[in-house]
Design a protein around this ligand. Structure first.
Ligand code: 13P
Ligand code: SF4
Length: 332
C-alpha cells in the first residue's frame, strides 16, 4: 500500500508519541526524513546529544558508523537504523588495513609505542577499537584540530585514518608536515601520516567550480567541508563541519552570495536565494539518501510490534575499546 509523505508523517508522529523512541537524523538526510528528527546535527552533536537522551530506543537516520557510535557510547540503548547504509569512506578501511598501516610505519623505523593513532569518526567500530587499544582516540570534522593539537603534545607520530583529506587539511592549517601512505614519502619526515581513504562525494568539488563561481559572482564566498581535497580547502573562504558551515552561512548578511561544497541535501535546505551548490553535478551521498520516510515508519512499526529490525549489535571486546577511543575524544 502506498502512502503520501503527509500520511507517513502522521503515522510516524503517532508511533513516536506512543513509544520510548528518539529519532536522530544527520543533516545529509532527505528533507522529509530530516524533518521527523528529534535530534539533528553533525556527527559530534549527534553522538553527544544522543548519549544524554533517555529513550529506550534510538532510531538513527544516517550511516552505519554513526549508529554504531551511539551504541558504543550507550550500550544500554537499543539502536535501530531504517537502513544500515555504510559510508563509502568508512568502508575503505577495516582492521586488517589498519594493521597494515601500523606495519608500514614500523617498517620505516617508527616503533609502535611512538605511534599515536587517530581515527576520524567515519570508521567502523572495529577500527575505532584497534585505535583505542593502541592508546589512540577518535576525532570528528568539528574537533579534529583540537584533538590533533592535544595528541601532538605526546611527542609521537600521528597515524590518521581513514580520511587523507581531513588529515592533510588539518596538517596544513597547523603548519605541520603530512604524507599519505603509498605516496612514496618517508613517514619519518612527517608529523601526520594519513591513510589513503577519502569521501567520493566531497571529491566532486573542483578548482574549476570555484573559479566558475568567483568569476560569475565577484565577491561570492566559498565554504567547504574538510573532506574536500586540500587544494579546494586552501582556495575556500571558510572550511568547517556541517554544523559549522550552517552557522557560518546563517551569520552572513542576507545578500551575501555563498557557494557551498558539501552534500546536496544540506546545501539545498540552507537559505536558498544566495546559496549555491559548488558543483556542476549534484553532490548526493548515495548511502545517506537510502533512508526514506517509509523506512522510518516501518522501523517504528517494528518496534511497536515488539520485533525491532536492523538493530545494531557490537561484540564485547570491540565495544570496550571503541568506547575508550570515543570517550577519550569526549573527555577533551
Ligand atoms: P560532519 O561531522 O561534519 O557532520 O560530517 C559527517 C560526514 O560524513 C561528512 O561527509
Ligand atoms: Fe561518508 Fe562521504 Fe557520505 Fe559523508 S558524504 S557519509 S563521508 S560517503
Amino acid at each position: 500500500m502506498q502512502f503520501t509523505n503527509e500520511e507517513l508523517k502522521k503515522k510516524i508522529d503517532e508511533l513516536k508519541a506512543k513509544l520510548s523512541v528518539t529519532v536522530v537524523a544527520h543533516f545529509y538526510q532527505r528533507d522529509e526524513v530530516f524533518e521527523v528528527g528529534d535530534i539533528t546535527g553533525d556527527s559530534l552533536e549527534l553522538a553527544t546529544k544522543t548519549r544524554d537522551d533517555d529513550s529506550e530506543f534510538v532510531l538513527f537516520c544516517g550511516v552505519g558508523f554513526m549508529g554504531q557510535s551511539v551504541k558504543v557510547l550507550s550500550p544500554e540503548k537499543r539502536v535501530v537504523m531504517p537502513k544500515v547504509a555504510c559510508c563509502a569512506m568508512a568502508r575503505m578501511i577495516d582492521s586488517m588495513y589498519y594493521d597494515d598501516s601500523v606495519k608500514f610505519m614500523e617498517d620505516h623505523g617508527i616503533a609502535k609505542e611512538n605511534i599515536l593513532p587517530i581515527t576520524y569518526i567515519n570508521s567502523n567500530a572495529e577500527v575505532k577499537a584497534k585505535v583505542g587499544e593502541m592508546g589512540g582516540l577518535v576525532c570528528t570534522s568539528s574537533n579534529a584540530k583540537k584533538i590533533i593539537t592535544t595528541a601532538l603534545g605526546e611527542g609521537k607520530k600521528i597515524l590518521f585514518v581513514p580520511d587523507r583529506c581531513l588529515g592533510q587539511n588539518i596538517a596544513n592549517q597547523m603548519g605541520l608536515k603530512s604524507c599519505v601512505i603509498g605516496d612514496g614519502a618517508d613517514p619519518k619526515e612527517s608529523d601526520i601520516i594519513c591513510y589513503n581513504g577519502f569521501c567520493s562525494v566531497h571529491q566532486l568539488f573542483t578548482l574549476e567550480d570555484i573559479e566558475f563561481y568567483r568569476k560569475k559572482f565577484p565577491g561570492i564566498l566559498i565554504a567547504t567541508h574538510p573532506e574536500c581535497d586540500p587544494a579546494i580547502c586552501d582556495a575556500s573562504d571558510f572550511v568547517g563541519s556541517t554544523s559549522q558551515i550552517i552557522k557560518y552561512i546563517k551569520e552572513l548578511p542576507l545578500d551575501q552570495k555563498v557557494a557551498v561544497g558539501t552534500e546536496f541535501n544540506l546545501v539545498n535546505r540552507l537559505r536558498k536565494k544566495n546559496t549555491y551548490v559548488l558543483s556542476s553535478t549534484k553532490p548526493e551521498c548515495p548511502t545517506m539518501n537510502e533512508t526514506t520516510l517509509y523506512d522510518v515508519y516501518i522501523t517504528l512499526k517494528a518496534i511497536d510490534d515488539g520485533e525491532p529490525i536492523n538493530e545494531i549489535t557490537i561484540d564485547e571486546k570491540t565495544q570496550k575499546w571503541a568506547k575508550v577511543a570515543l570517550e577519550r575524544m569526549m573527555d577533551l
